[in-house]
Design a protein. Structure first.
Lengths: 327, 289, 330
């Protein structure tokens, strides 16, 4: 049985996740956070990973960095399997892959000054020259739109959410990483600030030649920054494809549901008529077969018995469904 | 008009000027502590009398110019005894929690960070220590090793370790999953670096506040043990033993029990007040609106 | 012509003393809502929308000073004594908050919270209250309502808890429901369900509703009128279609433009608003939005614009509005 993506599609992906399974126990019960997920991210692209709460997207992001160890599967970054790495080798590898979090203020140590926080990666990487560190900190703070002179000596609580997120981005960039995982980077920010930070991420990506994995629950935000989008539901991938294509013609019923449920800031667009049924089941006891079947109007016996595989349905678009919307 | 505007963001939320003045109570408390500490240090130099010289003719004398606070049941100068007692109380009161904060604090942070079997062992052994009746423990140690300030400090220090361990562990547990710690791990920081640079600065303040509380409690406990005759051996004065001795003279000269009691009360209260105020002031989050 | 207002907020200001000086959280707000109408209040953090809702409910923190009038159903809530006010809240005036985990008592069962409300306000006896609770839970779409009565909030999902909170709010047939960010903490598919539920119940009960949110998408299809707040003031107020199509206030335009649209192509640069929402403890001279406004001129930095009429029920506060016609320009 073939898992994962057809090999011909992406040549030389920077990141290749294969059959990743991440589970952890909560109060004696096992949460199946990520179940057999495979995806690839090409150099220089932004892959959006979207899904609602409990779908496992954040866990996947952390599992890629080995902040949460997977139960099985591989995470191949630039040819090296991160799952098999430990200790110092892993720590050195981590410098090439950085992470930006949802809550920018909580991501900064409240008792350390911004200058020290942003310089921290350099210290860990062994840059001992203080002047050199300061130079690079100033450079990167300027790149993210902050005035280093005003910012370096202060503590995180003196800044707003948007400014803190800029600081976090600066910290992520200072080692010139190749890959950045953004875990809900704008969800905690005000609407008017979100656009600033999204623009900033795009600019940084262009300037530093980055590859991004952009995790979010807001489809419009994901679409705005991503080349390709992967949709997750309850630990499994539902659909993967180029942004424009996926949103224009979603093949998976869940994707269609998500798109329809987005409240549009346009009074002429009527609120969705087909209201989604029910609530997502718990990842502790996910449904058998297709996990979306409990809320899917098309579900039948095959969906109960058989786990749908990710198969190509259109050029570059893959879907895991027995009854996709087309094809 | 779509302009790629990342927006240079220069406005800073400047910190609250500490317009909350340290209240009058804080200064009174700090003043008292300073006074007691200085008096205890310079007791030998300043005082005319020794705390152990007995003047049988002047027993239970009322305060006079010769004896500023009078004398006790054995004719010893009250003021001298009070200040020498202060020495004992402060030495034990400050040193014993130091043992607690260093050993207990370290164990707590490590247990809270590493979790797993190490944590279970640490917590379990601390529970055993806590379950041990402190008085029996004190009795046993003093019976074997004798009564002395050093032994007393060690006993009280060891008995305080579980409490510090719990405070440190609780603080670490709540911090270890916070995003800035995960961020440090994501940067490839070693465990030592995370413990020292990320966790310790944040755990330190709750521990310090608890330390000052521990000082206050230790002074009281030392007083209680000395009251029972288990603390510092006579004739060395201690506030607790002074209260104990003053018990016999309650009808004739109640001041003999009250003066050391009031002094201990004020000292303990002052440590609590100072500790609490310092904790409130140095919490960076308190400053932001 | 128009039904008499059920709720009329007149010149309401809320001042909060802080270590940094006086904070004007709400500045001279006027709002009206008729029975059965839905008003959306939109704004970002710090704009004062939550304080405004608290002011309406008379649930402000003790230190806060309220000026102005809040007329509800003919009564001035600011002048009402504690007891009649308490009777009004929960009964004629109901609230649904953002986080159902904190608005529901975690140590009481769902049933007891519902039944308590019913018994308190409508003076039902226990069995009637119980029956009515089951009906309410079913009406808000909770499956197996009888079992839920004996469950605790933490045993339910976020969406379910919010439904329970709505059931409690609706239990006494309120005339006005204030929903303060009711779906912000919920997933988008659940959000759609909850908003639909609110709309349905509102239609059935001919209830007035105020939806407070930062999400313009939420108000677009579901409100009759929208008020946009910025730095404690209402900067634009209009019937919903008018606001989205013919807005006057540059902030409204900028806010709409800054939202990523689902039908835009990827990597379209977003017209961001530079700067940040203002610090409420540092009032700016002149229009609060002027530091960030593309169209700002010198007079914008000097004086605060007052609300002017652009049409029936359409007001805005700007010296140089957009889509300005010749006579409307200041």
């Amino acid at each position: 049985m073939m898992h994962g993506l057809p090999e011909t599609r992406l040549r030389d992906p920077l990141l290749k996740v294969e059959n990743l399974v991440v589970e952890y126990s909560v109060g004696g019960r096992t949460v199946h956070a990520v179940s057999d997920v495979s995806l690839q991210v090409a150099r220089g692209e932004t892959l959006g990973l979207v899904g609602e709460s409990g779908c496992g997207k954040s866990t996947l992001g952390r599992a890629v960095l080995q902040l949460r160890r997977p139960v099985s599967g591989q995470v191949v970054f630039d040819g090296h399997d991160l799952v098999a790495m430990k200790g110092d080798t892993l720590r050195r590898m981590r410098r090439r892959v950085q992470l930006i979090f949802q809550d920018p203020i909580a991501s900064l140590n409240p008792r350390r000054r911004i200058g020290d926080i942003v310089a921290e990666p350099l210290v860990i990487a062994g840059v001992t020259d203080r002047a050199e560190r300061e130079k690079r900190v100033r450079e990167v703070l300027g790149a993210v739109g902050l005035d280093p002179g005003l910012v370096m000596g202060r503590l995180p609580h003196e800044f707003s959410g948007g400014q803190c997120q800029r600081i976090c981005i600066a910290r992520a960039l200072i080692l010139n990483p190749e890959f950045i995982i953004c875990d809900e980077p704008v969800s905690a920010l005000d609407v008017s600030i979100r656009a600033q930070i999204l623009n900033l991420l795009e600019e940084m990506k262009a300037r530093y030649g980055l590859t991004l994995l952009f995790i979010a629950h807001d489809l419009a935000v994901v679409k705005a920054v991503s080349d390709r989008v992967a949709v997750m539901y309850l630990g499994r991938l539902c659909e993967v494809g180029p942004s424009e294509q996926l949103f224009a013609r979603p093949a998976h019923p869940y994707t269609a549901l998500l798109i329809e449920a987005i409240p549009q800031p346009d009074p002429d667009v009527r609120p969705p008529q087909s209201v989604p049924i029910g609530e997502p089941p718990s990842p502790i006891s996910p449904p058998s077969g297709c996990r979306f079947r409990t809320r899917c109007p098309k579900a039948d016996q095959r969906c109960v018995d058989e786990v749908p595989e990710l198969v190509p349905i259109a050029p570059d678009q893959l879907v895991a469904c027995h009854h996709p919307n087309f094809g | 008009m779509a302009v790629l505007d990342i927006g240079i963001d220069t406005a800073i939320v400047s910190p609250v000027r500490r317009t909350r003045r340290l209240g009058i109570l804080f200064w009174l408390a700090a003043g008292w502590i300073a006074f007691i500490v200085l008096a205890a240090i310079f007791a030998g130099v300043l005082l005319a009398h020794s705390p152990t010289d007995m003047d049988m003719l002047e027993r239970r004398a009322v305060p006079s110019l010769v004896h500023w606070l009078g004398t006790d049941a054995l004719g010893r100068d009250e003021l001298a005894r009070l200040l020498h007692g202060a020495r004992i109380s402060l030495i034990v009161g400050l040193c014993a929690p130091v043992i607690g904060i260093t050993i207990g604090g370290a164990l707590g942070i490590l247990a809270g960070y590493f979790r797993g079997r190490f944590e279970t062992i640490v917590v379990g052994s601390m529970d055993v220590l806590l379950a041990f009746p402190p008085l029996v423990f004190a009795l046993a140690v003093t019976a074997y090793l004798g009564q002395s300030v050093f032994n007393l400090t060690c006993i009280l220090g060891v008995l305080g370790i579980p409490a510090f361990m719990r405070v440190a562990r609780a603080a670490t547990l709540s911090l270890a999953e916070r995003e800035f710690v995960v961020a440090a791990r994501a940067l490839g920081a070693s465990h030592a670096r995370i413990l020292l640079h990320e966790l310790l600065p944040n755990v330190f303040l709750p521990l310090l506040a608890f330390f000052l509380l521990g000082v206050a409690v230790t002074i009281v406990v030392e007083g209680a043990l000395s009251f029972l005759g288990l603390g510092v051996p006579p004739p060395a004065p201690s506030w607790g033993s002074m209260i104990g001795e003053g018990r016999e003279s309650l009808e004739i000269a109640p001041r003999l029990a009250f003066i050391p009691a009031v002094t201990m009360f004020l000292t303990v209260l002052s440590f609590n007040l100072v500790g609490d105020t310092l904790r409130a002031l140095t919490d960076p989050r308190q400053g932001a609106l | 012509m128009k039904a008499p207002a059920l709720l009329s907020v007149e010149g309401v200001s809320v001042d909060l003393p802080t270590p940094r000086g006086n904070l004007r959280a709400v500045d001279q707000v006027d709002l009206k809502i008729a029975p059965g109408q839905t008003l959306g209040i939109v704004g970002e953090s710090g704009c004062g929308k939550t304080m405004l809702s608290r002011a309406i409910l008379q649930l402000l923190p003790k230190k806060a000073k309220l000026s102005g009038r809040v007329m509800f159903d003919g009564q001035d809530l600011t002048r009402l004594a504690a007891e009649p006010l308490r009777k009004l809240r929960g009964r004629a005036l109901a609230v649904v908050f953002q986080d159902p985990m904190t608005s529901l008592n975690p140590v009481l069962t769902i049933g007891s919270q519902l039944i308590e409300t019913l018994q308190e306000h409508l003076e039902f006896d226990a069995s009637t209250a119980r029956r009515r609770s089951v009906e309410l839970l079913a009406a808000v779409g909770i499956p197996a309502p009888e079992q839920r009565l004996s469950q605790y909030p933490h045993q339910l999902s976020g969406g379910m808890r919010q439904r329970v909170a709505i059931a409690i709010a609706l239990s006494c047939e309120p005339k006005l429901l204030i929903a303060d960010e009711p779906t912000t903490a919920l997933d988008v598919t659940i959000q759609a369900q909850i908003l639909d539920l609110l709309a349905r119940e509102q239609r059935r009960r001919h209830m007035a509703m105020i939806i407070i949110t930062h999400d313009l998408g939420v108000v677009a299809g579901r409100t009759d009128e929208v008020a946009v707040m910025y730095a404690g003031r209402v900067v634009e107020r209009a019937p919903t279609p008018v606001l989205f199509k013919k807005m006057r206030m540059p902030y409204t335009e900028a806010l709409l433009a800054a939202i990523p649209k689902i039908d835009a192509a990827p990597h379209t640069p977003l017209p961001a608003i530079s700067g940040r929402p203002p610090d409420p403890t540092r009032p700016i001279q002149g229009c609060s939005f002027s530091p960030r406004c593309r169209y700002a001129m010198s007079d914008c930095h000097q004086q605060k614009p007052a609300l002017v009429e652009a049409g029936p029920d359409h007001q805005y506060a700007c010296f140089h509005p957009i889509h300005a016609t010749a006579e409307a320009c200041a």
